[in-house]
Write a protein that binds this ligand. Sequence first.
Ligand code: TXA
Ligand code: MG
Length: 323
Amino acid sequence: MAEIGVDIERAAAFLRQGKLVAIPTETVYGLASNALDVKALSSIFETKNRPSFDPLILHVASLEQVNPFVSEFPEKLKCLAEAFWPGPLTVLLPRKASVPDLVTSGLGRVAVRVPNHPLTLALLAQLDFPLAAPSANPFGYISPTQAAHVAAQLGLQIPYILDGGACAVGLESTIVGMEGEQVVIYRLGGLELSEIESLVGPVTIQAHSTSNPSAPGQLASHYAPRKPFFLGNLTELVPQLIQQGKEVGVLSFSTHFPSLSADRQVILSATQDLKEAAQRLFMAMRLLDESEAELIVAEFVPEIGLGRAINDRLKRAATLPIH
Ligand code: TXA
Ligand code: MG
C-alpha cells in the first residue's frame, strides 16, 4: 500500500528512480512521473489503464521552465500564463523534439501548466525534470480531490502519495490553445472563461467534440461514477423514484430533501456558491457512488462562471441522455 505523507524529499527520490508519485494540485491530484523518462511514462498509462492516444500535461515550476519544451509561446497565451500561473490553466504550445512522443501522443503541441500547490511547487523546484501528470484516477472514473481518493484506487500500485489536503479548486484545469489568431478553449475547467476573456477578448469553445477528441478529457463518457447516474429535475425525480422503491442517492446544488437520510444526499453548496460547489463536486460523486444507493440523480447548477465547467462534468458523468 502506498505510503501517504508530506515528505517532499521522499517523493523526489521515488520520482528520480522512475517511480510514480501522486501529487496534490489546486485542481485535482495528479499521478506524476519524470516526463522525460519513457519507461516511467509508460507506467502511468499502465497504472491508469489509459489509452496511449490520450496525451499528458507537463507540470513545471515556473513560466521560464517551459522554454526547453516549446518552440513558440504566442503572445495571447503568454499573457494568460503570466496572469494565471501558478493556477488552473493549461496551455497547448508547439512542442520541441525534447518532449517524448508518449507525452503528446505524437501530436504537434504539448500541454503545459504550473500548478498552484505549495507542496508540488516545492517538489518541482527540487527536480531537474518536469513532471507528466494526468489525474490520479483509473481512466474514465472520477478525478481524486483528496489523498484518500488516490489511495482507494491506486494505492496498491504506487509507492507514495504526497498529501496536500483537499484540492482548493476541485475541477481540472481549463485547457487553452490557439487556432490561427483565435484563442480556443478545449476543456472548461477551474479557471473561469470571464477571467480569460477579460485579458484576451472573446474565445471559441471547442469543448464538446466527441468524434475526434483533441483532448480525450472531452470524451462524452468520462469522470463517471460506476452507479447509474441521471440528471434531471430533482423535485420531480426524487419523490417518483422513492415511490418506485428505488434506493436513490441525490446530488443537489443547494436543496435538502427531508425524505432522504443524510448518507443518501450531498448538497454542493447550501449558499449556492459555485466555487464551493466546484470544490465539492468530485468528492460528492464519490461519496454517493460508495453509498448504499443503487442509482444517483443530480441536477445542473446555474450555467454561469464555474457552473459551466461543473455542468460539463455532470453531463460527462451521466449514464443516459438528459431528459
Ligand atoms: O488540472 C489538471 O489539468 C490535472 C492536474 C493533475 O494537473 N490534470 C489532468 O490531466 O486533468 P488529464 O490527463 O486527466 O487530462 C488532461 C487533458 C486530457 O484530456 C488530454 O487529452 C489533454 O489534456 N491534453 C494533454 N496534452 C494534450 C495535447 N498535446 N493536445 C491536446 N490535448 C492534450
Ligand atoms: Mg483525467
